[in-house]
Write a new protein. Structure first.
Length: 272
């Protein structure tokens, strides 16, 4: 677990440095490209957009409402936190949680450039959220939970900090069917969002075990062999040889669930 965590930390530290430099746009890939509209990104600092390494757009799918408190697990350069801050407005609050110093520094700089007063970035691990019980209306995350080696703990922590009626609304990579063990053993793929991905059924089962209700896993982008070829390049894997084992078996998905109880303060529980 420590090796995985350090590999993730190193990868995202490097991504933060690249995004904060003048090196220009990041290379496009089939997971992270074309997730946000021009209207969403147009008013954001360029570095926040360049540092985005997500697989979806949870701020749009979570149906955030004015006055809500939202927490982004693994907030990176801050793109989803800044977008959330707009949606919850001045009476709401958007937290970002990240374990990487470089990403936190970049996110805080982006916050300053965006003039977002209702935003706070916290240092910590998503397995140990530094917020009190029952303090958050909505938890979002963007292709981060799959990177954790202890997803049960992440989900338990999410349940703990959500208010009764609170919503778990994350974008993540999930799998459908068996994935070859050789892929899961490659630590580089943990960082690339694939090897750590849960089967869609297992994801739902873990949420249910933690106490969540109204659970749904909705695919938003299914990856084919050609997509796999793009993000496995240079990793010593013969994509053609494993084509049938990966084609259509992993996807970005919107994973939603609700903590039982009545929502307070105008926060409405997510529909099933």
């Amino acid at each position: 677990m420590t090796d995985i965590k350090e590999a993730v930390r190193e990868k995202y530290s490097q991504a933060a440095v690249r995004a904060g430099s003048c090196c220009g746009a990041k290379p496009s890939d089939p997971i992270t490209s074309n997730l946000y509209s021009v209207q969403e990104t147009g008013a954001l600092p360029e570095a926040a957009v360049l540092a985005s390494l997500g697989c979806g757009n949870p701020t749009a799918l979570a149906e955030l409402k004015p006055g809500e408190t939202v927490l982004d697990l693994g907030s990176g350069g801050g793109i989803d936190v800044l977008l959330s801050a707009r949606r919850v407005g001045p009476t709401g609050k958007a937290y970002g949680l990240d374990m990487t110093d470089e990403m936190l520094a970049l996110a805080r700089e982006n916050q300053k450039k965006a003039g977002a007063d209702n935003v706070e970035f916290l240092k910590g691990e998503i397995e140990h959220i530094p917020l009190p019980d029952n303090s958050v209306d909505v938890i979002i995350s963007n292709c981060v939970i799959n990177l954790s080696a202890d997803k049960d703990q992440v989900i338990r922590e999410a349940f703990r900090v959500l208010k009764p009626g609170g919503r778990f609304a994350v974008s993540d990579v999930v799998t459908r069917g068996q994935i070859p063990e050789q892929l899961r053993r490659d630590i580089l793929l943990w960082v690339g969002c694939i090897a750590g991905a849960l089967d869609e059924g297992d994801y739902g089962a873990k949420l249910k075990s933690a106490g969540f209700e109204q659970i749904g896993v909705e695919p938003t982008r299914v990856y084919r062999v050609d997509d796999a070829r793009e993000f496995l390049v240079g990793k010593g894997i013969d994509v053609d040889a494993i084509a049938q084992d990966v084609d259509g078996k992993f996807m970005s998905a919107f994973v939603r669930a609700t903590k039982p109880g009545k929502a307070s303060g105008g926060a409405v529980a997510c529909c099933g």
